[in-house]
Design a protein around this ligand. Sequence first.
Ligand code: ZN
Length: 221
Amino acid sequence: MKLITDKASNGLQSNEFSEFLLTRVPKTEFTAIEANELEETLKAGLHQYPGLGISATQLGIKKRACYIKFGDEETGRELFLLNPVITERSKEGFLFYEGCLSIPKTIEKPLKTIRSCKIKVQTDNLGELEFEINPEGDKVDERVSMETMMTVIVQHEIDHLDGIDHLDGITIKDRIYSTTITKKNNYGRNDKIVMKSPTGELVEVKYKKANDYFLKGYEIV
Ligand SMILES: [Zn+2]
């Protein structure tokens, strides 16, 4: 099984990445046998390329499905989602750092994303599911709680099925969230900051450009 990554071996953008990971995959019908086969394939894929989740598209399969595995044998959670679609998101978001198997450089230098605190997901095999972060749980042991991790991973994998590449910063520009992000006291000119427009839209800009945005009524969040 081959994992699709953003760069071809010559260092250029891979065509497969554009074809499979920058294109939204529509829902399709599955027989029970097809669904089981796909689940086994994704399980094997995640075993071969260890991560917290994998989408069918990352393995070059244009189907709307993903497999998630987080935590250990006893307390962990495994989820196979067939035709998952996010039907509701909270306006509140939170900042998170994520790595992606298909964008290898993010494993060392995780990407900054803004995720919804709570989502509802409709699936063909498990009905409607709800995921919500657990801020109290995140303070225990300095480890991110199961609830928070699942909320993030599910959004990450569904983004793959929706053809969203976080390197484009689409998550920030295209979604309206109000967020609680810690402000730094001193920004360098090239530091990226998140600013909120008067209508609540979030954009990520370099600090040296912040003044232009201030004049349009944006504020640093
Ligand atoms: Zn990924």
